[in-house]
Design a protein around this ligand. Structure first.
Ligand code: FAD
Length: 188
C-alpha cells in the first residue's frame, strides 16, 4: 500500500514528533511510505484568488501540483497534528484549502457534491490537552476533517485517534499512548 504521512507540527522534538517517529518506525516494510512535513516544506497556507488566479483553475495550479500528485499516489493518508483552538493548525487548514480543490478532490453535482478521492482511506492522529471525557462534547478536534472534509471527498473509512489530556497525564501514560500508536501502525 502507498502511504502518505502528512505531518503538521513545527517541532520534531515534540510529542507529535514522537508520534511521527512511532508511525514511521512501525509501519510494515511491505508498504511504500512518503512523508509530507508541512513546516519543513514551508508550505504557504494562504488561499488567494482573483481575476488572474481564478478559483476554477485551482485544480491545475502548478504551485500545488506536487501535493495533488502525492495524494493521487497514496492509498492511505495519515495525518498527525495537535489541536489548536479546537481545530487543525492553520498550515494544515491552508493545505486543505489549496490542495483539496474543486475538480481535484470533489466536484459539484446538480444536487450536492461528488467525491473524487474514492478508494483512499485515512487515519487522523491528533493530540490535545482537554480531558478525554469532554471531547465528545466539543466541536471539531479532528472531527471536521473526518466527517465533513474527507467524507465529502470520498475518503473512507477514516479512523480518528484523539490523544487527550496531554498536560494532565504522567509520563507513563504518554508512553503507553506511543506504544498503542506503534501497535496500530504495525497492523496497517
Ligand atoms: P509537547 O508540548 O511537545 O508535549 C506534551 C507533553 O508530552 C509534555 O509534557 C512533554 O514533556 C511530553 N512529551 C514530549 N515528548 C514525549 C515523548 N517522546 N514521550 C513521552 N512524553 C513526551 N488544547 C486543547 O485541548 N484545545 C484547544 O483548543 C487547544 N488550543 C491550542 C492552541 C494553541 C495555539 C496551542 C499552542 C495549543 C493549544 N492546545 C489546545 C494544546 C495543544 O493541543 C497541545 O499543546 C498539543 O496537542 C501538545 O502536543 P505537542 O506535540 O506540542 O506536545
Amino acid at each position: 500500500m502507498n502511504i502518505l504521512i502528512i505531518y503538521a507540527h513545527p517541532n520534531h522534538k515534540s510529542f507529535n514528533g514522537a508520534i511521527l517517529k512511532q508511525v514511521q518506525d512501525h509501519l510494515d516494510l511491505k508498504h511504500t511510505v512518503k512523508l509530507l512535513d508541512l513546516y519543513a516544506e514551508k508550505f504557504n497556507p494562504v488561499l488567494y484568488f482573483d481575476e488572474d488566479h481564478r478559483r476554477r483553475d485551482m485544480a491545475v495550479d502548478p504551485d500545488t501540483q506536487t501535493y495533488r500528485d502525492l495524494i493521487t499516489w497514496a492509498d492511505k493518508l495519515i495525518f498527525i497534528f495537535p489541536v489548536w483552538w479546537s481545530g487543525m493548525p492553520a498550515i494544515l487548514k491552508g493545505f486543505i484549502d489549496r490542495v483539496f480543490a474543486s475538480g481535484f478532490a470533489y466536484s459539484y453535482k446538480k444536487m450536492g457534491m461528488a467525491g473524487h478521492l474514492n478508494g483512499k482511506t485515512a487515519w487522523i492522529i491528533t493530540t490535545h490537552n482537554t480531558p478525554g471525557f469532554l471531547t465528545p462534547f466539543v466541536q471539531d478536534y479532528g472531527k471536521v476533517l473526518k466527517r465533513q472534509i474527507f467524507s465529502m471527498c470520498g475518503i473512507k473509512p477514516c479512523k480518528l485517534t484523539s490523544l487527550a489530556h496531554l498536560r494532565g497525564i504522567d509520563l507513563k501514560k504518554r508512553q503507553k499512548m506511543l506504544e498503542k500508536i506503534a501497535t496500530q501502525a504495525s497492523q496497517l
